[in-house]
Design a binder for this molecule. Structure first.
Ligand SMILES: [Fe+2]
Length: 476
């Protein structure tokens, strides 16, 4: 169940508080004293699903109201829309929360505002506060990927997603099996949708309850398919007719994207295999020793990669030759069809990252460098099923700085710039470090972002579960 945490640094003191999200799922599970609402990897057996299946079969089309992933257990990230804080998962329900008290203010349903059945937990925000996200809808013509735009400001205090609009809709190639996406990339002028070969079988997902299978059972990796990058113009909502293809990859988190010299530079954490999700089942996480090692060894490592997409592809663009002429860049892009460009990536790391098990949970100096050329990113190394090191990558030379201590497991690093900073890495990196060792404590770690030296830690005498994403604000 989503547990909201807050470390507050004020007047030389650090305080900590946490509160369970008061979601319907939480309340229902409390009432039943068991998992009564299905989550991604867990399944309950409610009564109405028989009717549900019959209706599905009788119409033999996808009834959109049943395709909504039902949980409102928003346990993935804190996000902001119009300056307000929300907690989000990937369903149609978010919760508006008070970042000071962590109390739940309002349940907000995307589908009440626009025709989508959910949205990712990783929206992108322009400097003016306009926010972009993506969410699917399901209709007679099958699954559709939608680009969403939410205006930057509120008119009334109580409002939530009023003014949200679908900027553009892209039909899924396979009507009943859209690709799963956890996030997307955004440059100054484009939203980049990455259609990866992790497929969601909507029939399986809809009928999962009858078959006693969880939502995750409807997910599959199809390595026969290419990955497709779709570019959507943020101003016009027009989808670029050129499709950029790459070999099958799986990606959860993008690092940054920016335009330079007629190219779109797309940086992401990616793996060659997309079966990772299934390995994070609770049955696996409960293993230990060799059995746990075995699970870890089956995981495909995730590494930072760069794709470079030529923005101008027209009748004069030559075929079958590398269109990327950028100093020291090993990424390639070749035109292979009228509207098709095939891309290969450049590794955004040296050999030394292999010993840290790859890198995930990438973060940058977002406020100043998102959608712009940048030099540094931060992330977690993964020599275990959870992150066990903090890494700073310098793209000039691909050198790393590493924070590591045996038995300590840091969360996603959050970069906070110094006031009036002029250099990209002038600031601190914060991470919540947990440990399974009973004689050690959980703490908030603060590193100098420049040197990666520890500036301090604030120990809290409570157990904190492993979490996904954090955020920093100065106003709460
Ligand atoms: Fe995420």
């Amino acid at each position: 169940m989503a547990l909201l945490h807050q470390f507050k640094i004020s007047d030389g003191r650090v305080t900590y508080k946490s509160r369970f999200l008061s979601s319907d799922s939480y309340q229902s599970n409390q009432e039943h004293n068991r998992i009564a609402v299905s989550e991604f990897g867990t399944i309950n057996m409610p009564d109405p699903c028989k009717n549900f299946f019959q209706r599905f079969l009788s119409r033999f089309e996808l009834p959109s109201e049943y395709l909504t992933l039902p949980t409102d257990n928003a346990n993935v990230s804190f996000v902001t829309y119009k300056g307000d804080y929300y907690v989000s998962t990937e369903t149609n329900i978010m919760h508006k929360v008070d970042p000071e008290t962590l109390k739940t203010i309002a349940k907000v349903d995307w589908s009440k505002f626009i025709a989508v059945n959910g949205a990712t937990a990783h929206p992108h925000t322009d400097p003016d506060g306009t926010t972009y996200n993506m969410g699917n809808s399901y209709g007679r013509k099958g699954a559709i990927y939608n680009i969403i735009r939410v205006p930057p400001t509120k008119i009334t205090e109580e409002e939530t997603l009023e003014g949200a609009e679908v900027l553009c809709s892209i039909p899924s190639t396979d009507k009943t099996k859209p690709s799963y996406y956890h996030s997307f990339a955004m440059s100054e002028n484009y939203v980049v949708f990455i259609e990866q070969p992790i497929k969601m079988d909507m029939l399986k997902i809809v009928t999962g309850k009858l078959r006693r299978k969880s939502i995750s059972d409807g997910f599959s990796w199809n390595p026969k398919l290419n990955t497709i990058f779709h570019l959507i113009d943020k101003q016009t909502g027009k989808v670029n007719s050129t499709k950029y293809l790459a070999k099958p990859l799986s990606t959860f988190h993008q690092i940054n994207a920016f335009e330079e010299d007629g190219l779109l530079i797309l940086d992401m954490c990616a793996a060659d295999d997309g079966q990772t999700i299934a390995n994070y089942k609770v049955q696996n996480l409960r293993k230990s020793g060799e059995a746990l090692d075995e699970v870890y060894n089956t995981l495909c490592r995730v590494f930072p990669r760069r794709f470079v997409l030529p923005l101008k592809v027209d009748r004069d663009t030559p075929y079958d030759q590398n269109l990327i002429n950028r100093p020291d860049c090993t990424a390639t892009s070749k035109r292979i069809g009228k509207d098709k460009v095939f891309c290969t990536h450049e590794d955004l790391h040296g050999e030394d990252l292999h010993q840290y098990g790859g890198l995930e949970f990438p973060q940058i100096n977002y406020g100043k460098y998102n959608t712009h050329p940048y030099r540094y990113f931060y992330g977690c190394g993964f020599r275990h099923l959870v992150g066990d090191t903090l890494i700073k990558m310098d793209l000039h030379g691909k050198h790393m700085k590493v924070w590591e201590h045996a038995g300590l497991y840091p969360s996603e690093p959050v970069f906070v710039p110094s006031p009036n900073a002029t250099e990209e890495d002038d600031g601190v990196v914060m991470s919540v470090v947990i440990t399974p060792n009973k004689d050690k404590s959980t703490f908030l770690l603060v590193l100098d972002a420049k040197t990666f030296e520890e500036l301090g830690r604030a120990v809290v005498p409570v157990n904190i579960p492993y979490g996904f994403h954090g955020t920093f604000n100065t106003t709460a």
